[in-house]
Design a protein around this ligand. Structure first.
Ligand code: PLP
Length: 388
């Protein structure tokens, strides 16, 4: 049946995510009864700690089933402000923290609050698939900048023009796993100051870094006042389905931004927020083990991939993503591995042009599945798809 009205261009004009083609192929293969080894999903195979689940259950039984404060409950805003104070070395006021249902909504809220129709927003290439659509939902135009080899002031300057309003920066990054250095953060800040840009810093993978602590852009002198920081408990705590995250706002902007939350969501469910407080309370106890698991998988997978002719895989020092270069067409290889090996990976070009001749492998599946998937990849190689 066709609807007797037309839908708004706002939604009809949104392109389905470029990861959709593979996701659909994977769904069809699974529906046909094939056992697909999944190296494609960004959902870590971490079971939410039972203490976090218990906190949500307790809150439900205690009657936290009503509207809560639109900005979030005080205990969670305080806990996030304390963490930010610790990692940035700058006093962060809980009043500047807004609670959101996940990092994605935090990014959307920051864009809603800053982008006027017709404004351009710089987004990373390669970059996470939702940045462009979120910018478009706000009436803006996404403009990509190349950051495959890191952030560089000249490239950013070249991408920005008179209509540029904001820049989205992601560190550590999906899909490249690149963690920005302090110098790269400074390059972004320099351009943002020069062109008076808002910075949206997406740090949802910041807790999954295996070397030095990740540089925080908003910790640089002069950055806080123009930087929104999107964060989330999804990846760090295995809480993707809980939908819980936060937006740290530049001082003095939380109240106007809050109006968007108030008139769209009203609030993030209070019992979910209680679970988040419990998660942050036990973070130092549980997160190191998650990090060790991902690091171990990286140590296993990187040399095995590098031993395959035509594949070059750098060792990431953050996230659970690998983004190897391949001497072949990335879409063909992703289809080949799925069709012939029942292994699901994503073509790098799903994340932008800079991802051509690369694949994204997510090490978010159980160890045994990863081992089996790597074995099949070793057997298949790039096969006939290899080009020189
Ligand atoms: N930012 C990046 C770079 C991501 O990869 C994701 C999820 O995959 C998100 C933000 C949003 O995550 P969530 O909305 O689950 O917090």
């Amino acid at each position: 049946m066709t609807a007797p009205f037309s839908l708004a261009a706002r939604v009809t004009g949104l392109k389905p995510s470029a990861t959709m083609e593979m996701t659909e192929r994977i769904r069809v293969a699974r529906a046909a009864g094939r056992r697909i080894l999944g190296l494609s999903s960004g959902d870590p195979n971490i079971e939410t700690d039972p203490r976090i689940v218990a906190a949500a259950e307790r809150a439900l039984r205690d009657g936290e089933t009503h509207y809560g404060p639109p900005a979030g409950i005080a205990a969670l805003r305080e806990a996030i402000a304390a963490r930010e104070t610790e990692v940035t070395g700058t006093g962060i006021d809980p009043d500047d923290v807004l609670i959101t249902p996940g990092g994605k909504f935090a990014i959307l809220a920051a864009l809603m609050a800053t982008v006027e129709p017709g404004d351009e927003v710089l987004i990373p290439d390669p970059g996470w698939v939702s940045y462009g659509p979120c910018v478009r939902l706000c009436g803006g135009t996404p403009v990509t900048f190349d950051c495959l080899n890191g952030y560089d002031a000249a490239a950013l300057d070249a991408a920005s023009g008179p209509r540029t309003r904001a820049i989205i920066v992601n560190s550590p990054a999906n899909p490249s796993a690149h963690a920005m250095s302090r110098a790269e953060c400074e390059a972004v800040l320099e351009i943002a100051k020069k062109s008076n840009l808002v910075i949206i810093f997406d740090q949802v993978y910041a807790d999954l870094a295996y070397g030095d602590r990740v540089a925080r852009l908003h910790a640089l002198p002069g950055a806080r006042e123009r930087t929104f920081v999107a964060d989330s408990l999804s990846k760090t705590f295995g809480m993707t389905g809980w939908r819980i995250g936060s937006l740290l706002t530049p001082p003095g902007t939380a109240k106007p931004v809050l109006k968007f939350l108030q008139h769209s969501l009203y609030c993030t469910p209070p019992f979910i927020q209680r679970a988040a407080v419990a998660a942050l309370t036990i973070a130092d106890e549980i997160v190191p083990a998650y990090r060790d698991t991902f690091r171990r998988r990286i140590d296993t997978a990187v040399p095995r991939l590098n031993a395959i002719p035509g594949i070059r895989c750098a060792r990431p020092d953050a996230t659970f993503y690998l983004f190897p270069e391949i001497d072949a067409d990335e879409r063909e290889v992703a289809r080949f591995w799925l069709d012939e090996g029942d292994v699901a990976v994503l073509p790098g070009s799903a994340f932008g042009d800079a991802g051509r001749r690369r694949l994204r492998l997510s090490l978010a599946c159980p160890d045994a599945e990863l081992d089996e998937a790597l074995g099949r990849i070793e057997t298949l190689g790039l096969a006939a798809h290899e080009t020189s």
